[in-house]
Design a protein around this ligand. Sequence first.
Ligand code: XMP
Length: 318
Amino acid sequence: TWTPDAFVETTVASLKREIGDDKVILGLSGGVDSTVAAVLLHKAIGNHLHCIFVNNGLLRKNEFEEVLEQYKHMGLNVKGVDASARFLDALAGEEDPEKKRKIIGGIFIDVFDDEAHKVEDAKWLGQGTIYPDRIESVSASGGPSATIKSHHNVGGLPDYMKLKVVEPLKMLFKDEVRRVGATLGIADERLGRHPFPGPGLAIRILGDVTREKVTILQEVDAIFINGLREWGLYDDVWQAGAMLLPVHSVGVMGDERTYEKCVALRAVESTDGMTADWVNLPYEFLQKMSNDIINKVPGVNRVVYDISSKPPATIEWE
Ligand code: XMP
């Protein structure tokens, strides 16, 4: 029978044999799969594993700094690259969801390729691909861990894609990846993290993306996600987040009439993201979130809760 301990032992041994003294580069996303793949590879080849963690400016509030710190704490040889300005400048004025994805995918490739070139003599590209990624190939919108794979369409392969590929998790399902991660000593908080899309908050800001909108959405999202944790609801939900709608509506504040933004909160149950149901969160919780968001986030005067299931709706709004 399969056990995580046996898996780690045999995989580390075979990675050592296969890779020898070569260098490997790997893109970390903050997600479960890339993190577990990195820790496994690090166990096998130590600092010959060079990890790259890119800030695209579209992550959750403080995510880049906090997760980078955690990676360093785990002993990983990781370089954090803050490319926020490149991504946000390139997105300016773009409203079309698929074009936004293409822009983000294209810049990611450029940034990753630049960084990969700085690792002299790298021979391998490590990836956190898991079994379902390979059978489903890439669904229409990508799939949670498809960031690197889904954007080959840029005219000639970037150099890092010419490297030999090593995918230590390619035979595993998600729950097995989590068990391997636990055996490797990775914190529960990281292993239980909700999926988060590669294009990040860009596809939760309907219409064009600006720095101001990103900041507003980061604040709203942080209140919602921290609220789920504080109320013990986080683990009952498969994925949650907030959408910034391209809508202004009238409100009152004191004696003043306001005309401000509206956010939609979304929380779903799912097993693989292919179908999903909205979660019946307690009204008291939603009431508290609505009050906190409207009181604490300037520019937002209305909160709605999304009660649509997939299909026919999707999880993300773009
Ligand atoms: P939808 O909105 O299609 O989302 O119901 C299903 C799952 O996929 C994630 N998602 C993406 N992940 N790149 C990604 O890496 C994308 O472009 C993308 N679009 C959607 C979404 O967060 C959900 O988990």
